[in-house]
Design a protein around this ligand. Structure first.
Ligand code: SAM
Length: 258
């Protein structure tokens, strides 16, 4: 019986052979690799990854996909787990795992946040995401896509868009364009903040008032006089807006306050 597509699981299956092959090439797989695939779906890239690596652990939430996947992957090195990735304990994985996923777009952020929380387990996270979202992940200051997510990703990872993918590469076709990204997880940030919690509180408050000057937007979190002194000391104009400050600027503000 043909699979009934479930929109709530973000099911857009990759059907373009050239794109599948390009994804495999970009992941630089070796026989030493252990891979976590999030959402194998109908096995579009699973069956291409498996013969190239030591082990593949595939976590799929849709029960209707499990039996056909089991049949397709029988006798292979794939361990298929029927579970929601957001409840799966990433600490049970071995170390140095690479993740590959055509992500369900609606839960991309909680998945990425959880991976970053467990970044000691992983080296790289290769992912297909919505193009607009990929731009937000990789955005630099002074651009429309730049926001608190870009800063969070820049702090913990080195992320780049490797190539764009047309919506025609999927069945059913999503309305939006996609892209394939590489997120390299940094064991330590390039520049560390003395207080990471405060850093992200500051960044969130700054971008919450995106159109305001930072003295007004951050002023909801920190005493304005204290903030003015700190900004003057580190040479940042209090009338700057959130999108004009780099991650290093936010770290400097945090470290001066912490
Ligand atoms: N990898 C396949 C491909 O490229 O054709 C499928 C990609 S499709 C965009 C997303 C897949 O993730 C679907 O198979 C969907 O059922 C699965 N999925 C959605 N939410 C999930 C979750 N919370 N945990 C695990 N898998 C999930």
């Amino acid at each position: 019986m043909p699979h009934k597509i479930k929109k709530q699981f973000g099911q857009n299956f990759l059907t373009d052979k050239l794109i599948k092959d390009r994804i495999i090439r970009e992941c630089h797989l070796t026989e030493e690799d252990t891979i976590l695939e999030i959402g194998p779906g109908q096995g579009a890239i699973t069956e291409l990854i498996a013969p190239r690596v030591k082990k593949l652990i595939a976590v799929e939430t849709d029960k209707d996909l499990i039996a056909p996947l089991k049949e397709k992957l029988e006798g292979s090195n794939v361990e298929l787990i029927h579970q929601d990735i957001l409840t799966f304990d990433l600490n049970t994985l071995p170390d140095h795992v690479k993740i590959i996923s055509n992500l369900p777009y609606n839960i991309a952020t909680p998945i990425i946040e959880n991976v970053i929380l467990h970044k000691h387990k992983f080296t790289d996270f290769y992912m297909t995401v919505q193009l607009e979202y990929g731009k937000r992940l990789t955005a630099q200051p002074n651009s429309k896509s730049y926001g608190s997510l870009s800063c969070f990703i820049d702090y913990h990872t080195q992320t780049e868009i490797l190539f764009r993918i047309s919506n025609k590469a999927f069945t059913p076709q999503p309305k939006v364009q996609s892209c394939f990204c590489r997120m390299h997880l940094l064991p330590k940030p390039k520049t560390a903040a003395n207080d990471e919690k405060l850093l992200f509180q500051i960044i969130k408050s700054a971008f919450a008032g995106r159109r305001k000057t930072i003295i007004n937007s951050m002023g909801t979190l920190i005493d304005k006089d204290k903030l003015k002194d700190v900004l003057t000391n580190i040479g940042i104009d209090a009338k700057t807006r959130a999108e004009n400050l780099s991650l290093d600027d936010y770290i400097a503000i945090t470290n001066a306050l912490a």
